[in-house]
Design a protein around this ligand. Structure first.
Ligand SMILES: Nc1nc2c(c(=O)[nH]1)N[C@H]1C(S)=C(S)[C@@H](COP(=O)(O)OP(=O)(O)OC[C@H]3O[C@@H](n4cnc5c(=O)[nH]c(N)nc54)[C@H](O)[C@@H]3O)O[C@H]1N2
Ligand SMILES: Nc1nc2c(c(=O)[nH]1)N[C@H]1C(S)=C(S)[C@@H](COP(=O)(O)OP(=O)(O)OC[C@H]3O[C@@H](n4cnc5c(=O)[nH]c(N)nc54)[C@H](O)[C@@H]3O)O[C@H]1N2
Ligand code: SF4
Ligand SMILES: [Mo]
Length: 686
């Protein structure tokens, strides 16, 4: 028996875990680590199931290669040889633009993903880089990029200290929060109320987060930008401002907000004008307040301006970059995303639809176009790392068909808890990623990953000793290299990234503190991040004025009779964990939530047909008063029919992204639209 302390890799909460293993290496229990300074013993059902995930009998333990339509288990050497030949065949015939790469959500949660994303994309030498960012949070990056000049200047609500929290389009009680690392989110929300604070939730569903709140407001999907503009309008009209930052564009903001008086937006949002004006006054009057919004609004047609308005409200009311409002975290490793030049999109554009790149990536919503459309630069080979776009991306089934036409495709989909030794013949994910990177760079299938690791470490070290003001400025590079801690390459990479971070930590500091290190409370730091050309916060970025005009048009447009939104379920994680038996069943079912009034009005039975512009599905309907009339909700990540994951295939459900439409995007960011999709619902004929 042994007990080890680790971090849960599944979601943004990064809970500290205490795992017990028996002598044979089986995980016998997973509990929250009570001494973790952040999660303090919290754990959710997903973290508790990690042992089952490790022992899943359907888990891949060796590489598979498809030969003449059949999947065959092969050695790693043969696998890398196949990748080498497959990629080079495409490069020789069509050039490097014909290569594409897709990084899924777990690449943000593993060492292999984080350390090798950049090296792999760069060595592929293609503009076709895609990731889960454009089916998730890209609107937030774009909005912050325009406001502050830095697309990574994303603030988090100071939930432990705030007096008033307005949550839109997030359900942290079930999702555990996102872009806001706060393990035990429910406990923190209860504490907010216990100290006399107020929690207001805006959501077309009365979620478990809404159940905890003082007030829940139903909003028509996709209209939060109008609602937030109504709040901004009120703050400006009633002069409820306490701006304490240097800002540009207040007059422009006034002009942009002009058409969005609460009375003008009320009908569109389905929220009455008095409620909108009252929330504005409450935020302004609260000693401290924070507006927080996530996936429910980033993945709508007006995702970017919604995210912009969230921060505009925080800024106008004096709640930006201050305790109790929204604040910036300060990472332990160096800020890899910071460029020091004002952010902009469009350094290059996608070939078929001409969509601008953001942060060096193209929108996943156009991946199928790039694979299907003939011509120079057509994508012919794809490397997919820890992603499942057929289930997770808009218009997923079309991507599925497009993938079948590729000349070559590699998937890296594996999960290896480092507490257990690798099984004979198994490779670590950093090693797999390093070897793929070297193949893409033309170094062949047998190159030693340590060569690449040393090269990457060398670049960090050279930067460290030559950058003015760096902690290691002037130190001989060899001396710094020799001082690096950690066993293998990835650990030494982590060490140098920690050394170059704000706290000057090292790898051994992490080893010495297995419960984690408390880096202290959040402190104001906008001045360190701000990098607009004007040196001020750009309250009314000119890049967004066209979007505001588009939103104005929306005010006059009639809304569809029925709108589809998604929902996350406590015991699943996007398209995976569906094969873990203890997580299956109960409330985890792939049903269409629908208001009983709508069911009666449309004369629906137990099974219904949902149709959108893009596709149709047959699903069981689940009547519930918790959803707003005129809105239906289907969870995503389902649709496992025909997979080799036995348990998941038995409870297959349907792919919600057969209904979402990849031709509709949030224009500034290219982000996918999953919420507010017009649909019709009709009875399934007997
Ligand atoms: N309709 C609708 N669609 C959505 C959303 C929605 O709200 N509604 N949400 C969107 C969001 S926010 C996201 S982030 C995306 C997620 O979309 P993706 O990132 O494309 O998909 P996931 O379902 O997270 O699939 C992750 C895959 O990685 C594998 N994996 C797990 N751990 C590891 C590992 O350590 N290494 C490797 N190599 N593989 C691993 C899993 O087995 C799984 O197959 O889905 C999006 N899709
Ligand atoms: N259990 C579980 N946890 C997860 C995940 C999971 O799949 N399962 N996925 C992880 C990932 S990748 C992410 S990005 C995070 C996301 O975490 P959250 O952002 O909290 O995502 P959701 O739980 O989908 O909550 C989105 C909410 O938005 C609402 N909504 C839909 N459309 C609209 C709209 O137009 N306006 C408003 N105001 N609300 C709307 C939905 O009803 C839903 O309650 O969760 C992470 N954690
Ligand atoms: S909330 Fe659950 S899944 Fe997320 S890090 Fe904590 S234990 Fe893991
Ligand atoms: Mo996500």
């Amino acid at each position: 028996m042994k007990t080890v302390l680790r971090t849960c890799p599944l979601c943004d909460s990064v809970c500290g875990l205490k795992l017990t293993l028996d002598d044979a290496g089986h995980v016998t229990s997973v509990k929250g680590d009570p001494d973790d300074p952040l999660s303090k013993g919290f754990i959710c059902p997903k973290g508790a199931s990690l042992g089952h995930l490790d022992e899943d009998p359907d888990r891949l333990t060796a590489p598979l290669v498809r030969k003449d339509g059949e999947w065959l288990e092969v050695s790693w050497d043969e696998a890398f040889q196949t990748v080498h030949e497959g990629l080079n065949r495409v490069i020789d015939a069509y050039g490097r633009q014909a290569l594409a790469v897709y990084f899924g959500n777990p690449t943000f949660h593993t060492m292999g993903g984080i350390l090798y994303r950049m090296p792999l994309s760069m060595s592929l030498g293609t503009p076709n880089v895609y990731s889960a960012s454009t089916i998730d949070q890209m609107p937030k990056h774009v909005a912050c990029g325009y406001l502050f000049g830095d697309a990574f200047a994303i603030s988090v609500p100071d939930i432990n200290r705030t007096d008033y929290l307005l949550v839109l389009g997030a359900n942290p009680v079930e999702s555990n929060g996102s872009l806001c690392t706060a393990p035990n989110f429910p406990g923190r929300l209860k504490a907010l109320r216990a100290r006399g604070g107020k929690l207001v939730v805006v959501d077309p569903r009365r979620t478990q987060t809404a159940e905890l709140a003082d007030e829940h407001v139903f909003v028509r999907p996709g209209t939060d930008a109008c609602l937030l503009f109504g709040i901004v309008h009120t703050l400006l009209a009633e002069n409820l401002l306490s701006i304490d930052l240097e800002v540009n564009g207040l007059d422009d903001l006034r002009r942009l907000a002009e058409p969005f008086a609460p009375a003008a937006v009320a009908a569109v949002c389905g929220v009455d004008a008095d409620t909108i004006a009252r929330i504005a006054r409450e935020i302004a009057a609260a000693p401290t307040a924070a507006v927080y919004s996530r996936v429910g609004v980033t993945t709508t047609e007006f995702g970017t301006i919604t995210q912009w308005l969230v921060d505009v409200i925080n800024i106008l009311t004096g709640n930006f970059d201050r305790p109790g409002g929204v604040m910036f975290t300060k990472t332990a490793t160096m800020d890899l995303g910071r460029t020091g030049v004002p952010y902009q999109t469009g350094a290059f554009h996608s070939r078929v639809r001409g969509l601008p790149e953001s942060l060096g990536e193209l929108p996943v919503a156009t991946l199928a176009d790039e694979i299907e459309t003939p011509g120079e630069g057509q994508v012919k080979a794809l490397i997919a790392v820890a992603g499942n776009p057929v289930l997770s991306a808009p218009g997923g089934p079309r991507i599925g068909k497009a993938l079948e036409t590729l000349d070559f495709m590699v998937c890296v989909t594996r999960f290896s808890p480092p507490i257990l030794p690798l099984r004979p013949g198994q490779l670590s994910e950093p090693e797999i990623m390093a070897r793929l990177t070297m193949i893409a760079a033309g170094m062949g299938p047998d190159a030693d990953p340590e060569l690449l690791n040393e090269q990457i470490i060398g670049q960090f070290v050279d930067g460290a000793v030559s950058t003015p003001g760096s902690r290691y400025e002037g130190m001989p590079a060899a001396e710094l290299r020799a001082a690096l801690e950690g066993g293998d390459g990835p650990e030494r990479m982590l060490d140098i990234m920690l050394r170059l971070g704000s706290y000057g930590l090292t790898f051994n500091d992490l080893l010495d503190n297995p419960h984690g290190i408390d880096l202290g409370p959040l402190r104001p730091r906008l001045s360190e991040l701000l990098c607009t050309a004007s040196g001020k916060v750009e309250l009314a970025p000119p890049q967004l004025s066209l979007e505001v005009a588009r939103l104005c048009e929306r005010l006059g447009r009639p809304h569809a009779e029925m709108l589809l939104i998604g929902r996350r379920q406590r015991r699943s994680l996007n398209s995976w964990l569906h094969n873990v038996t203890p997580l299956v069943g109960g409330s985890n079912t792939c049903t269409l939530h629908m208001n009983p009034d709508d069911i009666a009005r449309l004369g629906l039975g137990e099974q219904v047909i949902v149709r959108s512009a893009n596709g149709e599905l047959v699903v069981p309907v689940e009547p519930t008063e918790t959803i707003m009339p005129g809105v239906v909700s289907l969870p995503h990540g389902w649709g496992h029919a025909g997979t080799t994951q036995g348990v998941a295939a038995q409870h297959a459900g349907v792919n919600a992204n057969a209904l979402t439409d990849e031709s509709v995007i949030d224009v500034p960011s290219g982000n996918a639209v999953f919420n507010g999709v017009p649909v019709t619902v009709s009875p399934l004929a007997a």
